[in-house]
Structures are given as C-alpha cells and as structure tokens.
Design a protein around this ligand. Sequence first.
Ligand code: PG9
Length: 623
Amino acid sequence: VAIAQTTAKVERVAPVAAGDIPSTFTPVRDGFDYVKREVMIPMRDGVKLHTVIVVPKGATHAPMMLDRTPYSASKLTKRGEGGPLLAQILFPAYAELAQHGYIIVAQDVRGKYGSGGDYVMNRPVRGSLNPTKVDHSTDAYDTIAWLVKNVHESNGRVGTIGTSYDGFTALMSLVDPNPALKASVPMNPMVDVWKGDDWFHNGAFRQEMMSYVYGQTAKKDSGEDWFALHYDDYDTFMHAGSAGAFGASMGMQQLPFWKRLSQHPAYDAFWQGQAVDTILAKAPLTVPTLLVDSQWDQEDIYGAPSVWRALKGKPGDDNLHLVLGPWYHGEENSDGSKLGALDWGSDTGKWFRQNVMIPFLDAHLKDGAPAADTARVTAYVTGTNEWARLPDWPVADATTPLYLAAGGTLALDHAPTSGAAFDEYISDPAKPVTYRERPNQAPYVKGSTWHSWLVDDQRFAAARPDVLVYTSAPLDKPLHIAGRPRADLFASTSGTDSDWVVKLIDVYPDIVPDKPEMGGYQLAVSMDILRGRYRDDAANPTAIPAGKVVEYKLPLTDIDHVFLPGHRLMVQVQSSWFPLYDRNPQTFVPNIFFAQPSDYHAATQRVFHAPGQASAVYLPVQP
Ligand code: PG9
C-alpha cells in the first residue's frame, strides 16, 4: 500500500519532448545593490559594440562613467566570482564611484570580445593612417549619445575614465567630444608608444611586450595562450637572437600589427601620426580632464606628462589637471600603500580617489554639486612622503647640472676640471646588463613582480664591470627635485650603433635604523634608454661614427622626490637593459628587428667628463 501510495503521488509528466533549458531565464536579483544590463550599441557605421551597464540600485539622475576597453567589458564588470555587491564585481576605484552614485559603463572596443567590427591596435584617428569613417573618437561620441538617450537612470552627463589602453580611449574621447561629455580621467594612458610608452623608449624596442601583441591580436577573445620555452626570459630572448627572430619562432608573422610594428623601427609617420599628445594639441581642450601619472609606471610612464606638456599654455589648458602618485602602472585604482620595498604609511590610492578624483568628477557630473577645488597639479612627494598641491608642473628643461666626474664621483653645479677625461667599459651583447636580477620572469605570468621592477634595488647592476657608477657625498640637506631630469652624455663607442641607459638613483644611508633592510638601498627615481642611431633624428637613424665623442640627449622620467640628508645621489650608465629591451647589435644595420647573429659585436664604450665634454644629468631642483 505504501509503495502504491508513493507511486500514486508521482505526478504524471509527459515524456521528455523538449530540453531542460528554457528559451529565456531571468535571474532573481533581489538583495543586489546594483542592476547589470548588457546592450549592443550601434555605431554610425552600423557596427554594434557590446556594452555592460552597471546601475547602483535605485539610482536616478545619476552621472555615467564610461570605460572603453580592449580587455573585456564583461571581465571589467565581474571581478573574480562576482556577487550581489558592487564591491564584489568592480575593482575598488569603480566600486567606490558606483557606491557614490555613478553608473559604470564598460564597453568592448570595436573588434574585441563581444563587439562587432575590426580590431586595430590603438586604432589611429581617421585620416592617412585610418581611411575608415570611424575611430575611438567617433565610437565614444556615438556611445555617449546612445547612453544619454537610453539609460533612463542617468542625468545626461557622462565622464570617460580608464587606465593604460583604456586611458588612451579616454583621451581619444576628448577629440571632437560629444557635448554630453563633461569630464575625463585618463590614467596612465598610452600616448606615444615610440618615445616612452609601451612599444619603444626612444627607439629601443620593448621586446617583453611581444607576448601582449600575441595575446591581444591572435584571437578576438585574447584566448590564444602564449608559451615560452624558458622560465627565465633572459634565456627565451637570448636563444632567439633578434626580436624578429623570436617573433618568427612564435608564428607572429601571422599577426598584422606585429608586422607593422617590426616594419616601423624608427619614429616615422606611422608612429608620429598616432602620438595622442600631438593629436590633442591640434584643438582646444574643452572637457575638464584629470591626467593621472604613476611615478614608477613600468608601462606608460611617458603618457600623462607628455599630454600635460603638449597642452600647457594652449587654449583650454585651464581644463587640464595632473596627478603624479607614488605608484606602479594603474596602482591608483586600488591599494596604494606600498610599492616593492617602499611603504608610504597610508593608502595613497584611496587618498587620491577620495580627495581628488571623486570631488573632481562630482563637480562636473553631479547635478548641483559644489565646485571642486582641484589643484592644477597634485603630486606625492616621495622621500618626505606627503601630498602637495602645486600651481604647475615644469614644462621647460631641467637646468641644475649634476656632473659626472673622475673617480666615480658626482659634482653639483660645477663641471669637473681635473682627473681622468673618461671612463670606459666593454658592452657585450652576449652578456647584456639585465633590467632586473635574474631570473627575468615574463611580465604577465602568474606571480610576476613586473609591476614593481622600477623600484628594484640597483646594486645588482652597480656590481657589474659594464655599468659605470657615479656617486655623490652624503647630502647635508634635503635636495628636492620636481619635474623631468635629463641626461646629457658625451660618449664614444667602438661600434657603429649603441644604446645608452642612464639611471638617477637615491642611495639610502648605509644604516637605516628603523628599516635595516633599506641600508644602502639604491632606489632608481628616474631612468630611461636611448637607441643611439636616433640621437639626431628619430625618424631617420644614422650610424654612430666609431671612436668619436658624440653628445646624446636623453630625457628621463617625471618625478617629485626629495633626496634626504644622509642619502647620496647616484648615476649609473650602461648600454643594455635586457631582456625587457632588445639588444643593440652595436653594428649599424637597417632594422634591428632583423639583425643577424653575425651583426652582434662587443664594443668599447667611453663616457667623458672633461672640459667641453662634461657629461651630466640635469635636475629640476626646487628651491
Ligand atoms: N600598458 C598596457 C600595455 C601593455 C603592453 C603593450 C601595450 C599596452 C596598456 O596600455 O593597456
């Protein structure tokens, strides 16, 4: 009976006729503090761009922040496992904005992930480099127009925001901007990828970025895995020889952007036409803009300050603000308490967002918000570790000479008049100076500390015979620099091409009582590389006259830093920065990407510090 009763209870169901997945399913989102919508927004050419809209629960008359990304709008709006809270799906900067009442909009750029159309790396503006009728300016314009019309919770005011490539798209929204665009926060933007951002620094190729090109362009969803044959990229690239040979070994000749990249080693019209600072300088800046720079940005350290320099003093520059923080690339978006061995004692990222970024955006985007008291320049002064509001950021060249001198010494303000005229070393491409201690892990692999390499202790390099080291006496009073140092080297090489790396370093006292591990630490505060063939004309490389003293002018990177009493100034000079940068064969060849093994030769390098040949690093010393 019991079985019969049990059986009788079983509902008579029809045999399986259709599958178990309904044609639509609407998840229940009660208890969530946001509503997420996905839409396809049509551009003027008919291509539709996948866009994710995150609306804080109950928002009305809310401003919108738009981030146009090549790194997946879905990933940008669903961190980790996701969840019912904004803080679970958005990274801190965007979660704080959303919790503060902003609608967050993330969009796949054309041709990536869920969007239609063709992907072009850093799609140039319409014109000779882009014959189509669309670019990131038009796509931003059309997207903003659609959002204002169709997002009923908005107040019709939009800001653009983004880091790195997304900082580039934010900058591009400022070209012929949509009238509803009322503010922009380009963070660590890609601006000039040949002079000082991702692909080259002054012509020296950043071959560690090849994995990015591969990942970004081999497949629309960036799903093609990159496998190197060595844990240590020193071996990866040394075994390959030239960057071109390595690209061929990875099948990259299939990738159109890689072919364009390797066929344009010089600063020709291809790169000049993409320089965003010069593009923006062609018209007044009409949108209030907060440029954000990281002082130890391992990827786009050139971008934000270059836009400041390009627009300063031009119509609309009252709309321009600049922030320089003690961060690595993009660190301002999360916890900015530490960087490598450095500890600022507080979360500088949160301070920036709460005290500068959000008040700036509120003032321009929120109905009835008070005017923002945004400083022209907000800089974190490292050394004394405090924020400063500055009326300006130097555009003119630094003027205080720190002369290299005999015996590995440095002299502030007076050129050396005695001692040996030069120092020399052998630069051997078979044993290049590394950019950090080996093993040189690939930048974008799990566990990599790529983000903090600029603050590595430079003693590993100082110990090498092919690195020249010049050191001052301990300072007896603080020395404050704010701006962009520049190197002026008088040097010769026995080769016919050469790279020159100059590092300005803060040397900690031999004993640091409250932090013993910092004793003698060599902290680079500003450094960069110049490929010698471009010394006179970045667009037209020329061989270096072997054995002749040549002057090399090398801008370093922007910094606001105080060398404290007891610290020493140091300058290091070397001729390779491997494997981040490809090796210079030190023989002049048409295109270093395709140098042959037989082109690579050791060379004798001489750096001069004699009257009339007084190598120096010029410092932007503050009174
Ligand atoms: N800085 C990121 C990048 C890395 C490598 C190559 C190109 C770009 C970025 O701009 O997103």
